[in-house]
Design a protein around this ligand. Structure first.
Ligand code: PXG
Length: 285
Protein backbone atom coordinates (compact mmCIF):
# COMPACT_ATOMS: atom_id res chain seq x y z
CA UNK A 1 0.00 0.00 0.00
CA UNK A 2 1.29 3.39 -0.94
CA UNK A 3 2.03 5.91 1.82
CA UNK A 4 -0.58 8.62 2.24
CA UNK A 5 0.56 12.23 2.43
CA UNK A 6 -1.60 14.98 3.91
CA UNK A 7 -1.87 18.26 2.00
CA UNK A 8 -4.34 20.93 3.12
CA UNK A 9 -7.06 18.68 4.47
CA UNK A 10 -6.75 15.80 2.00
CA UNK A 11 -4.75 12.59 1.86
CA UNK A 12 -2.94 11.72 -1.37
CA UNK A 13 -1.01 8.67 -2.46
CA UNK A 14 2.71 9.44 -2.17
CA UNK A 15 3.12 9.61 -5.96
CA UNK A 16 0.23 12.06 -6.31
CA UNK A 17 1.25 14.32 -3.43
CA UNK A 18 2.32 17.42 -5.36
CA UNK A 19 2.86 21.12 -4.82
CA UNK A 20 2.82 23.85 -7.49
CA UNK A 21 6.05 25.08 -9.03
CA UNK A 22 4.74 28.58 -8.22
CA UNK A 23 4.83 27.82 -4.50
CA UNK A 24 7.25 30.20 -2.79
CA UNK A 25 8.39 27.30 -0.64
CA UNK A 26 10.06 25.98 -3.80
CA UNK A 27 10.88 29.31 -5.47
CA UNK A 28 12.45 30.95 -2.40
CA UNK A 29 12.60 28.43 0.45
CA UNK A 30 9.85 30.58 1.94
CA UNK A 31 8.25 28.38 4.58
CA UNK A 32 8.88 26.51 7.81
CA UNK A 33 9.05 22.90 8.93
CA UNK A 34 9.53 20.42 11.75
CA UNK A 35 11.04 16.93 11.85
CA UNK A 36 9.33 14.87 14.56
CA UNK A 37 9.65 11.28 15.82
CA UNK A 38 7.02 8.80 16.86
CA UNK A 39 7.78 5.96 19.24
CA UNK A 40 5.26 3.14 19.67
CA UNK A 41 2.65 5.13 17.73
CA UNK A 42 3.00 8.13 20.05
CA UNK A 43 4.32 11.45 18.77
CA UNK A 44 7.40 12.53 20.77
CA UNK A 45 7.29 16.06 22.23
CA UNK A 46 4.47 17.13 19.89
CA UNK A 47 3.63 20.28 21.86
CA UNK A 48 7.24 21.48 21.75
CA UNK A 49 7.46 20.88 17.99
CA UNK A 50 4.16 22.70 17.35
CA UNK A 51 5.26 25.63 19.51
CA UNK A 52 8.53 25.88 17.56
CA UNK A 53 6.69 25.61 14.22
CA UNK A 54 4.37 28.44 15.22
CA UNK A 55 7.29 30.55 16.47
CA UNK A 56 9.16 29.98 13.19
CA UNK A 57 6.03 30.95 11.22
CA UNK A 58 5.48 34.07 13.29
CA UNK A 59 9.08 35.14 12.75
CA UNK A 60 8.59 35.04 8.96
CA UNK A 61 5.10 36.62 8.99
CA UNK A 62 3.46 33.37 7.91
CA UNK A 63 0.02 32.58 9.23
CA UNK A 64 -0.55 28.86 9.55
CA UNK A 65 -4.10 28.30 8.26
CA UNK A 66 -5.09 25.73 10.90
CA UNK A 67 -4.92 25.75 14.69
CA UNK A 68 -2.29 23.94 16.77
CA UNK A 69 -4.98 21.51 17.95
CA UNK A 70 -5.96 20.77 14.33
CA UNK A 71 -2.31 20.34 13.36
CA UNK A 72 -1.80 17.92 16.26
CA UNK A 73 -4.80 15.90 15.10
CA UNK A 74 -3.76 15.71 11.44
CA UNK A 75 -0.24 14.67 12.47
CA UNK A 76 -1.64 11.87 14.63
CA UNK A 77 -4.19 10.87 11.96
CA UNK A 78 -1.55 10.76 9.20
CA UNK A 79 0.63 8.54 11.37
CA UNK A 80 -2.30 6.26 12.08
CA UNK A 81 -3.57 5.98 8.50
CA UNK A 82 -0.09 4.86 7.45
CA UNK A 83 0.12 2.33 10.28
CA UNK A 84 3.40 3.75 11.56
CA UNK A 85 4.59 3.00 15.08
CA UNK A 86 8.23 4.07 15.14
CA UNK A 87 8.58 6.72 12.49
CA UNK A 88 9.49 10.16 11.32
CA UNK A 89 7.04 12.95 10.64
CA UNK A 90 7.78 15.95 8.48
CA UNK A 91 5.41 18.87 8.98
CA UNK A 92 5.86 21.62 6.38
CA UNK A 93 4.06 24.92 5.89
CA UNK A 94 4.91 26.79 2.68
CA UNK A 95 4.06 30.39 1.78
CA UNK A 96 1.87 29.00 -1.02
CA UNK A 97 1.47 29.89 -4.70
CA UNK A 98 2.42 33.38 -5.75
CA UNK A 99 3.94 35.30 -8.62
CA UNK A 100 7.53 35.03 -9.82
CA UNK A 101 8.42 37.88 -7.46
CA UNK A 102 9.41 37.84 -3.81
CA UNK A 103 6.29 39.56 -2.47
CA UNK A 104 4.65 37.14 -0.02
CA UNK A 105 1.50 39.28 -0.09
CA UNK A 106 0.86 37.85 -3.57
CA UNK A 107 0.67 34.37 -2.00
CA UNK A 108 -2.74 33.45 -0.70
CA UNK A 109 -2.74 29.77 0.04
CA UNK A 110 -0.13 28.44 2.49
CA UNK A 111 0.25 24.69 2.00
CA UNK A 112 0.20 22.48 5.07
CA UNK A 113 1.97 19.19 4.32
CA UNK A 114 2.36 16.21 6.65
CA UNK A 115 4.55 13.30 5.61
CA UNK A 116 4.72 10.29 7.95
CA UNK A 117 7.31 7.73 6.97
CA UNK A 118 9.52 5.08 8.44
CA UNK A 119 12.84 6.43 9.67
CA UNK A 120 16.11 5.11 8.37
CA UNK A 121 18.11 4.92 11.57
CA UNK A 122 21.82 5.45 11.86
CA UNK A 123 23.56 2.08 12.14
CA UNK A 124 23.75 0.64 15.67
CA UNK A 125 27.51 0.54 15.29
CA UNK A 126 27.63 4.34 15.40
CA UNK A 127 26.21 4.37 18.92
CA UNK A 128 28.65 1.67 20.06
CA UNK A 129 31.79 3.01 18.42
CA UNK A 130 30.99 6.70 18.12
CA UNK A 131 31.07 9.17 15.26
CA UNK A 132 33.93 11.06 13.67
CA UNK A 133 33.22 14.65 12.65
CA UNK A 134 35.12 17.61 11.20
CA UNK A 135 34.91 21.36 11.66
CA UNK A 136 33.96 22.95 8.34
CA UNK A 137 34.69 26.37 6.90
CA UNK A 138 31.03 27.15 6.15
CA UNK A 139 30.10 29.58 8.93
CA UNK A 140 26.70 29.22 10.58
CA UNK A 141 24.33 31.95 9.35
CA UNK A 142 24.88 35.22 11.19
CA UNK A 143 21.94 35.35 13.61
CA UNK A 144 21.51 39.07 12.97
CA UNK A 145 20.86 38.29 9.29
CA UNK A 146 18.66 35.23 9.68
CA UNK A 147 17.93 33.75 13.07
CA UNK A 148 19.01 30.14 13.35
CA UNK A 149 16.05 29.66 15.66
CA UNK A 150 13.77 29.79 12.62
CA UNK A 151 13.46 26.28 11.20
CA UNK A 152 12.92 27.51 7.64
CA UNK A 153 12.78 25.67 4.34
CA UNK A 154 16.06 27.31 3.36
CA UNK A 155 18.70 24.89 4.62
CA UNK A 156 21.49 25.83 2.22
CA UNK A 157 23.76 27.01 5.05
CA UNK A 158 23.58 23.55 6.60
CA UNK A 159 23.67 21.71 3.27
CA UNK A 160 26.90 23.45 2.25
CA UNK A 161 28.42 22.46 5.59
CA UNK A 162 27.13 18.90 5.15
CA UNK A 163 28.78 18.68 1.70
CA UNK A 164 32.09 19.83 3.19
CA UNK A 165 31.74 17.19 5.89
CA UNK A 166 30.91 14.46 3.38
CA UNK A 167 33.89 15.44 1.23
CA UNK A 168 36.05 14.88 4.32
CA UNK A 169 34.42 11.47 4.82
CA UNK A 170 32.17 12.52 7.73
CA UNK A 171 28.38 12.31 7.86
CA UNK A 172 28.09 15.17 10.33
CA UNK A 173 30.07 18.40 10.51
CA UNK A 174 30.68 21.08 13.13
CA UNK A 175 29.85 24.68 12.22
CA UNK A 176 31.30 27.73 13.98
CA UNK A 177 29.46 31.02 14.32
CA UNK A 178 30.47 34.51 13.16
CA UNK A 179 32.54 34.92 16.34
CA UNK A 180 34.46 31.71 15.70
CA UNK A 181 32.65 29.98 18.57
CA UNK A 182 31.21 26.50 18.37
CA UNK A 183 27.62 26.71 17.10
CA UNK A 184 26.16 23.33 16.15
CA UNK A 185 26.32 20.56 13.60
CA UNK A 186 24.34 20.55 10.34
CA UNK A 187 21.32 18.80 11.88
CA UNK A 188 22.33 18.22 15.49
CA UNK A 189 23.26 20.20 18.60
CA UNK A 190 26.61 19.58 20.30
CA UNK A 191 27.59 18.95 23.94
CA UNK A 192 31.03 18.66 25.56
CA UNK A 193 31.78 17.01 28.91
CA UNK A 194 34.86 17.80 30.99
CA UNK A 195 35.51 16.74 34.58
CA UNK A 196 31.86 15.69 34.94
CA UNK A 197 30.50 19.09 33.81
CA UNK A 198 28.28 19.12 30.71
CA UNK A 199 28.38 22.21 28.50
CA UNK A 200 26.55 23.21 25.33
CA UNK A 201 26.44 26.48 23.37
CA UNK A 202 23.61 28.88 24.31
CA UNK A 203 20.92 29.96 21.82
CA UNK A 204 22.74 33.29 21.42
CA UNK A 205 25.56 31.36 19.74
CA UNK A 206 23.24 31.27 16.69
CA UNK A 207 21.88 27.75 16.93
CA UNK A 208 18.58 26.00 16.52
CA UNK A 209 17.11 25.47 19.99
CA UNK A 210 16.87 21.72 19.54
CA UNK A 211 14.04 19.87 21.18
CA UNK A 212 16.25 16.85 21.79
CA UNK A 213 18.82 19.28 23.29
CA UNK A 214 16.22 20.51 25.78
CA UNK A 215 15.12 16.95 26.60
CA UNK A 216 18.72 15.83 27.19
CA UNK A 217 19.52 18.89 29.35
CA UNK A 218 16.51 17.93 31.48
CA UNK A 219 17.52 14.27 31.66
CA UNK A 220 21.09 15.19 32.64
CA UNK A 221 19.97 17.60 35.37
CA UNK A 222 17.48 15.03 36.71
CA UNK A 223 20.37 12.58 36.91
CA UNK A 224 22.31 15.07 39.05
CA UNK A 225 24.72 16.43 36.42
CA UNK A 226 25.44 20.11 36.11
CA UNK A 227 24.66 21.45 32.63
CA UNK A 228 25.77 24.90 31.49
CA UNK A 229 24.70 26.76 28.35
CA UNK A 230 27.88 28.73 27.68
CA UNK A 231 29.94 29.79 24.65
CA UNK A 232 32.44 27.10 23.63
CA UNK A 233 35.52 27.25 21.46
CA UNK A 234 36.98 24.55 19.25
CA UNK A 235 39.64 24.19 21.95
CA UNK A 236 36.94 23.23 24.49
CA UNK A 237 35.82 20.48 22.12
CA UNK A 238 39.35 19.23 21.48
CA UNK A 239 40.17 18.90 25.19
CA UNK A 240 36.79 17.48 26.26
CA UNK A 241 36.57 14.07 27.95
CA UNK A 242 33.38 13.34 26.01
CA UNK A 243 31.44 14.92 23.14
CA UNK A 244 27.97 13.99 21.96
CA UNK A 245 25.33 15.26 19.55
CA UNK A 246 21.57 15.46 19.97
CA UNK A 247 18.86 15.61 17.32
CA UNK A 248 15.49 14.23 16.37
CA UNK A 249 16.95 11.70 13.95
CA UNK A 250 20.20 10.91 15.79
CA UNK A 251 18.75 11.07 19.34
CA UNK A 252 22.00 11.05 21.39
CA UNK A 253 25.11 10.01 19.49
CA UNK A 254 28.70 9.88 20.82
CA UNK A 255 31.49 11.73 18.98
CA UNK A 256 34.89 10.09 19.39
CA UNK A 257 37.01 12.00 16.90
CA UNK A 258 37.01 15.57 15.65
CA UNK A 259 39.41 17.09 13.11
CA UNK A 260 41.45 13.86 13.41
CA UNK A 261 41.89 14.32 17.17
CA UNK A 262 40.56 11.63 19.50
CA UNK A 263 38.09 12.79 22.13
CA UNK A 264 39.01 11.41 25.56
CA UNK A 265 40.23 7.86 25.07
CA UNK A 266 38.57 7.61 21.65
CA UNK A 267 35.54 5.61 22.78
CA UNK A 268 32.03 6.75 23.85
CA UNK A 269 32.24 8.18 27.37
CA UNK A 270 30.43 7.13 30.52
CA UNK A 271 28.16 10.17 30.81
CA UNK A 272 27.26 9.95 27.12
CA UNK A 273 26.34 6.26 27.52
CA UNK A 274 24.34 7.10 30.63
CA UNK A 275 22.36 9.75 28.71
CA UNK A 276 21.83 7.43 25.72
CA UNK A 277 20.31 4.87 28.12
CA UNK A 278 18.12 7.51 29.81
CA UNK A 279 16.92 8.82 26.45
CA UNK A 280 16.07 5.29 25.31
CA UNK A 281 14.13 4.66 28.49
CA UNK A 282 12.17 7.88 27.95
CA UNK A 283 11.20 7.04 24.37
CA UNK A 284 10.37 3.42 25.09
CA UNK A 285 8.22 4.00 28.17
N1 PXG B 1 20.35 21.98 14.69
C1 PXG B 1 19.90 22.02 13.43
C2 PXG B 1 20.47 23.00 12.47
C3 PXG B 1 18.89 21.12 13.03
O1 PXG B 1 18.43 21.16 11.77
C4 PXG B 1 18.89 20.20 15.26
C5 PXG B 1 19.88 21.11 15.59
C6 PXG B 1 18.35 19.31 16.33
O2 PXG B 1 17.06 19.75 16.72
P1 PXG B 1 15.93 18.76 17.24
O3 PXG B 1 14.78 19.66 17.54
O4 PXG B 1 15.65 17.80 16.14
O5 PXG B 1 16.48 18.10 18.45
C7 PXG B 1 18.39 20.16 13.94
C8 PXG B 1 17.40 19.13 13.54
C9 PXG B 1 17.20 14.98 9.97
C10 PXG B 1 16.93 16.40 10.02
O6 PXG B 1 16.43 14.27 9.31
C11 PXG B 1 17.08 17.14 11.19
C12 PXG B 1 16.79 18.49 11.20
C13 PXG B 1 16.41 19.06 10.03
C14 PXG B 1 16.28 18.34 8.89
C15 PXG B 1 16.53 17.00 8.87
O7 PXG B 1 18.22 14.57 10.57
N2 PXG B 1 16.85 19.34 12.28
Amino acid sequence: MSLKVYINGKLYDKDDAKISVYDHGLLYGDGVFEGIRSYGGKVFRLKEHLDRLWDSAKAIWLEIPISKAEMAKVIEDTLKVNGIQDGYIRAVVTRGCGTLGLDPNECSDPQVIIIADRISLYPDELYQKGLEIVTVSTMRNHPAALSSRIKSLNYLNNILAKIEGLQAGCIEALMLNHKGEVAECTGDNIFAVRAGLIRTPPCEAGILEGITRDVVIGLARDAGFEVLEVPLTKHDIYIADEVFLTGTAAEVVPVVKIDSRSIGNGTPGKITRNLIARFKKLTQS
